[in-house]
Ligand binder design. Structure first.
Ligand code: SIN
Length: 521
């Protein structure tokens, strides 16, 4: 018996999940949105600095399509790029200028102050100083809360996706096609596992950067959505393509704070430890080369010369007051750590940033399991191929969230979803208390394995070692999970290890270097 039943269950509250929820609610569906934290705003969207791709004054979809395909290193799906470029500007207008308006920066004439980032042929990115994602997230959450047919379940962690192959008592259900029926969701504060059923379930759980030692992602980005999809037997693709952002603040205690690519878009140049530009040796676009190339160039300079970091120099290219006005958050963060970036270069290193692969979807967000949709970073529409073009992640979440919501609306209105059979109640078998020291240590072990063996530079020896170590860690954790009283932390750890294994296996199986998957063997 379900605790709650909806037309659409959205798991995750970033741009993809919220825009899908809003669109579906506007279409008349009843919608549940589940978020892992209380504030509903802890997401990669909230932390995004650079901006969202819109269109340049003299832009054409063909130009953006070409930029996406070039950045994707030959592995981006052209149809996904065409949909994003053709439909993106209109959906940005409908959702972020009309329905959940965001006050993007404008120039004195009232025209949008578009910025540039690496590998874009035009200035086409809308931004709000250097905290664009925060404004977008706040506008979407405000709208989500206004709509009476959306119910928010905050502080709840996804435990498992419900399928008729795994969670239904009827022994005949295994003869039907696998179908997603909703989710088991842990209420983090009461430790009760709720059953939420829905005609369609949408994974919008975002990224997985926290499985790496150094990452730009917030603490919620632990990958358990992807792991749940794997257990539900959806197809998962391109997981070897984990993108590393070239520039995060290299100061102890700064938690890999992102130094937005738009800093380079506004003219900043990468310089080495001796303060000399070095990117010319790696790419004709120099500091604005595609991300994978810049990240590896920095890594290679650092390892060759045993430097702890390189520098990013904006002070030589913008006036101090312009820097403080355009990048107030970056300036302030650097200042807090003793660096005045209006006058001196910023020490930077790469960090794990974005998963280009994910749950395979078609161009409507449908996965290979009926009734299950995936949108945003957890999904793989094929748009990003082997390396994502800057500021396309929020656009992808928005466009495909919107398209998926319309597809789900048709499905619900046609009554093609099928009835929900009776779901097995959650069995509270584990009663052992959790030793947090073990969880902490296992997570740290995972982070080191991923960083050292499945990081920027890979080879079969490192990857084989990672798979063995992760398997061992997985076995230990499964036992721990089965016997423990369920908490958010144990669910996250279990999902994170599973996700690490998926990435390590994908990287090991693919001997060809492409985009952000670089094999040195
Ligand atoms: C950045 O501001 O550099 C991040 C933008 C992105 O990852 O698209």
């Amino acid at each position: 018996m379900a605790d709650a039943d909806f037309d659409l269950l959205v798991i995750g509250g970033g741009i993809a999940g919220n825009s899908a929820a809003i669109r579906a609610a506007d279409n008349g569906l009843s919608v549940a949105v589940v978020t892992k934290t209380e504030k509903a705003a802890d997401s990669n969207t909230y932390n995004a600095q650079g901006g969202i791709v819109y269109k340049a004054v003299d832009d054409k979809p063909a130009l953006l399509i070409n930029d996406i395909l070039v950045a994707g290193a030959g592995a981006s799906l052209p149809q996904a790029a065409r949909i994003t470029a053709n439909e993106g500007p209109e959906i940005v207008e409908k959702m972020l200028l009309d329905e959940a308006p965001v006050d993007f920066d404008r120039d004195k004439s009232g025209e949008f102050d578009r910025t540039e980032e690496a590998a874009h042929s035009k200035r086409r990115i809308l931004h709000k100083t250097d905290i664009t994602g925060r404004y977008i997230e706040q506008a979407l959450i405000k709208r989500t809360k206004e709509l009476p047919n959306i119910k928010l379940f905050t502080n709840c962690t996804l435990v498992d996706l419900l399928t008729n192959h795994h969670h239904v008592d009827n022994p005949l259900s295994c003869y039907e096609d696998n179908r997603c029926l909703g989710a088991y969701v842990l209420d983090n504060s009461s430790s009760v596992v709720k059953i939420i059923t829905a005609k369609a379930t949408m994974l919008a759980t975002g990224g997985l950067g926290q499985i790496y030692l150094h990452t730009t992602n917030p603490t919620v980005a632990t990958g358990e959505g992807l792991a749940a999809a794997y257990r539900a037997q959806t197809e998962i693709i391109n997981m070897e393509y984990v993108q590393f952002h070239p520039t995060t603040l290299a100061v102890s205690g700064a938690d890999s704070f992102l130094i937005s690519e738009s800093v380079r878009g506004e003219g900043a140049v990468l310089i080495d430890y001796d303060k000399k530009p070095f990117m010319k040796r790696y790419h004709h676009l120099e500091s604005l080369a595609p991300r994978d190339i810049v990240a590896r160039a920095i890594h290679s300079e650092m390892t060759e010369h045993h430097w702890p970091y390189v520098y990013l120099d904006i002070a030589s290219y913008m006036k101090p007051d312009e820097i403080r006005k355009r990048f107030p958050t970056i300036w302030e963060k650097c200042k807090k750590h003793g660096i005045d970036c209006a006058y001196e270069p910023i020490p930077v290193v790469p960090a794990a940033h974005f998963s280009c692969g994910g749950v395979r979807t078609d161009l409507y967000g449908r996965t290979t399991v009926s009734g299950l949709y995936a949108v945003g970073e957890v999904a793989c529409t094929g748009l990003h191929g082997a390396n994502r073009l800057a500021s396309t992640s929020m656009l992808e979440g928005l466009v495909f969230g919107y398209r998926a919501a319309d597809d789900i609306t048709k499905r619900v209105k046609n009554r093609s979803a099928g009835d929900i059979p009776s779901i097995r109640p959650w069995s509270y078998t584990g009663s052992g208390s959790i030793d947090n020291a073990l969880i902490f240590q296992d997570f740290i072990t995972l982070k080191y394995i991923m960083w050292n063996y499945v990081g920027l530079i890979r080879n079969s020896h490192r990857l084989g070692r990672a798979i063995n170590d992760l398997r061992h860690l997985w076995q230990e954790t499964e036992e721990f999970y089965r016997n423990a009283h369920l908490t958010r932390e144990i669910v996250e750890l279990r999902g994170a290890i599973q996700t690490g294994l998926i990435i390590a296996r994908a990287a090991w199986q693919n001997p060809t270097s492409r985009g952000c998957h670089f094999r040195k063997d």
